[in-house]
Design a binder for this molecule. Sequence first.
Ligand code: NDP
Length: 495
Amino acid sequence: MFDQSAIDALRDAPVTPGRLLIGGDRREAGDGATLVVISPLNGARLTTIADATSEDVEDAVHAARAAFEDRRWAGQPPAARKKVLLEWADLIEREWLDLAVLGVRDNGTEIAMAGKAEVGSAVGAIRWYAEAIDKIYGEIAPTADAALGLIHREPVGVIGAIVPWNFPLMIGTWKLAPALAAGNSVVLKPSETASLTLIRIAELALEAGLPKGVLNVVTGRGARCGQALAMSMDVDALVFTGSGPTGRRLLEASAKSNLKRVYLELGGKSPNIVFDDVEDLAEAAKVSAAGIFRNSGQVCVAGSRLLVQKGIARDFTDAMARIASEMRVGDPLDLGTQAGAVSSEGQLAQNLEHVRHAQEQGATVSTGGTRIMQETGGTYMAPTVVSDVTPDLRIFNDEVFGPVVTVTPFEDEAEAVLLANATEYGLAAGVWTANLGRAHRMIRAVRAGVVHVNTYGGADITVPLGGIKQSGNGHDKSLHAFDKFLDLKTAWIKL
Ligand code: NDP
C-alpha cells in the first residue's frame, strides 16, 4: 500500500501543536495549558496539545448546541449531508499517508495496520454512513382508519464522544460518522495520548463544508476535560470506548447531571476456543496470533484467552510460542514490522506486571514477558504466551491490553463453554472447529457480542460491534449504530 521511502520522508516531519476546535475556530486552552506529546517510538517529544479547561468544554458544548438548534446541519436534506461527508472522506483519503504516519508516531501502531485499520477504516466508515443516511425511512403505524400514527426519526442533539488511544481514527469515526450523518452536533474528546490524527480530520471536515460548530474537538486530560464533558448539563448523549473504571465515572456523571444517555464499549477478556477437530492447526495458530499480537494486543476484541482442547494443547501452545518469538517487533514505521510499540511507559509497566504476577501464581511464560529494544527509548514488549493458566489466576480474568495471551486447556465442549463464560466481560470470542453443529452450538452458548468462527477478527462495517455484561452497551458499526443517534418521535393524527 505504501512505499517505505515515502514513509521515511515523513518520519521526522515537524508536527503542528494541536489546538482546540470550537465553533469552527482553532484555539488554545483558556488558561494556556498544554500537554507534551511523547512518541512511543523513541520517547522523544513530538509536539504539544491544548489541555482544555472545563470552561473550554462548556464553550464547545454551547457551540454544538447553537449549531443544532438553528438546524444549520440537521436541517439540511440528508442528500446534502451525504455530499459533505463524502467530500470529507475524499479529503482524508488524500492525506492517507500523512495521517497514517502521524498516527503511528503518536500511538505506536505498526504502519501497515495504521494505513488499513486506521485511515482506511475512517474513510470507509464515513462513506458508508454518508451513503446510508438518505435511505433511512420513518414508519407508518398499523392504525385503524380513524387515526394516522407516524414514527419519525430525529437527531438526538448534542453528542459527547470520548474515544481511546488504541485506534483513534477507526473508533472515532465509528462514532462521528453515524452521529454526524444523522444530523447531530458533536463534541469530541480524543485521548491525550492519541489526539493528533483526530484533530486533523476535524479540520478537514470544515474544509469539506461541515458547518462551523457541528464538530468540535476538546483535547486534554480525561479527568479534566473528559469529566467536564460528562458532567455538562447540555450534552444529550455520551458515546465512549475505553476502560471500565472510566465507563463507571461516566454513568455516575450522567446521574449527577442531566441523565444524559451513556453508551459504553469497555473492552474484554475474549476467549478464543480451539477444538481438536480444527481443520488446519497451523493456520489457526497463525490467525490467533494475529488476533492477539496485532497493535501489540491493544485491541478491545483481542483474543487474549486461548482455550485449547487437551489433546492438541501442547502442539497449539508450541505453535503460538514459535509464531510469537518469530514475530518482527520493532520500528512501527518499518513496513516489515508485525508488532509496533506499546502506547506508553505506563501501559508497558502494567503489561509486565500482569505477566510477573501470573508467574508468581504458578503460570509458565512459554515465550516473551520482557521489555525489549530499550536502547531505542521506545516502549516495546516481546509477544508473550503464558501457559498453565487456571481460571483462579488474575491473568485469566483481567484485561491486560498488551501483547499477552494466556493458554488454558479444556476437556470437552461443556467445559469450553464454562471457561469461555467465566468472565465479567462479553465482547468477543473465537471458535475453531470443523463441526458445523458444534460451531452453531458455541455461537449460541458463548456470551459475547461477536463470535468469530474459524477465524479471529476482521468483521467489517456492515455488522454491529458491542458488548454485553461488563463490556458495555450499545453498538458501533452497521445501521444499528444509528439507534444511538436517532430518536423516535410519534405523531398521532386524528383523521
Ligand atoms: P481510559 O478509559 O482512561 O481512557 C479512554 C478515554 O476516556 C480517553 O479519551 C480518556 O482521556 C478519557 N477519560 C479518562 N478519564 C476520564 C474521566 N474521568 N472522564 C471522562 N473521560 C475520561 O483508558 P486508558 O487510556 O487509561 O486505558 C486503560 C485501560 O482501559 C487499558 O489498559 C484497557 O484495559 C482499557 N481500554 C480499552 C479500550 C477499548 O478499546 N475497549 C481502549 C482503551 C483502553 P485521556 O486519555 O486523555 O485520559
